[in-house]
Design a protein around this ligand. Structure first.
Ligand code: PLP
Length: 288
């Protein structure tokens, strides 16, 4: 396996960063997770644009221009001879003296990891997965904005640990107003009276790229959509529920806090959107 580190490809064993890197010391940095199908990256431009937006919010200088980074992402897939791939791009503040001032770090660290994508079990999609509403609240947007995809992931990790402890696959967090926000690495959707609802961006979420695609597909399928404030009661009363993210695509949820969602089976709207996502994939893969 070859990893791109700063300015070259190195073997996995040599892909190490300094213990003085502020990404390691303080979680000071940003990242993106992408997926390639048949060697082509899904929504590459949008991922890189979001990476830049996240970096900008942290006043973190991107080490190279977007086009160059796009070439390196493609090169990482080729170099590792991958077709179905998972790609993670990380940019950290870089190595510097201990201290919070970003000016202590002269050069950002860039890492690109491309590895084979291991499909999830079929049962995830045929049976659905379980979620737990966890006690850990989503970060306040005024404290650590959830729409910045930063290396500071403890909020999500605490929530994930809670979910694991109760045997749930994903943990869903509320915000400080008791509104549903999102999963630890996923966006949340519920179907109510045939309407597809998802927490609005103002609730404090990462504006997932898969979320955006699914909202657009729903429009095309004439399924009414709403970005709104949702509460736990909406989840309990939902006809259907699913999660979205880059690696899971559209993932049915059939249990929430150990209760069945709807009739306890993946619902028809979820299945339509999943099918439509699969068919539209081709058009959304970048052309190389
Ligand atoms: N919400 C959080 C907190 C995430 O970390 C992710 C992705 O990892 C998502 C939502 C889904 O985003 P995307 O669809 O762009 O993968």
């Amino acid at each position: 396996m070859w990893v791109y580190l700063n300015d070259r490809f190195v073997p996995r064993e040599e892909a190490v960063v300094s213990v003085f890197d502020h990404g390691f010391l303080y979680g000071d940095g940003v990242y993106e997770t992408m997926r390639a199908y048949r060697g082509r990256v899904f929504l590459l431009e949008k991922h890189l644009a979001r990476l830049e937006r996240s970096a900008e919010r942290l006043q973190l200088r991107m080490p190279i221009p977007r086009e160059h980074l796009a070439d390196l992402v493609r090169a990482s897939i080729e170099r590792n001879r991958l077709q179905e791939a998972y790609v993670r791009v990380t940019v950290s503040r870089g190595a510097g003296e201990i201290g919070l001032d970003p000016a202590l770090c002269k050069t950002p660290t860039l890492v690109i990891i491309a590895k084979a994508f291991l499909p999830y079990p079929d049962s995830f999609y045929s049976e659905g997965i379980s979620i737990a509403i966890v006690q850990t609240r989503r970060n306040l947007p005024e404290a650590l904005p959830p729409d910045v995809k930063s290396l500071n992931f403890l909020n999500n990790i605490l929530a994930k640990m809670e979910a694991i402890a109760v045997g749930a696959y994903e943990g869903v967090m509320l915000n400080h107003r008791d509104e549903l926000t999102e999963g630890t690495t996923s966006n949340l959707f519920v179907v109510q009276n045939g309407r597809l609802c998802t927490p609005a961006r103002e609730c404090g979420i990462l504006d997932g790229l898969t979320r955006g695609v699914v909202l657009q597909l729903a429009d095309e399928l004439k399924i009414p959509t709403e970005e709104t404030r949702l509460y736990v009661e909406h989840l309990y009363g939902a006809e259907e529920c699913f999660l979205t993210n880059t690696t899971h695509e559209v993932l049915p949820v059939t249990k929430a806090n150990s209760r069945p969602v709807g009739n306890g089976r993946p619902g028809p709207i979820t299945s339509r959107l999943r099918a439509s996502f699969q068919t539209s994939l081709n058009g959304l893969l970048e052309r190389t």
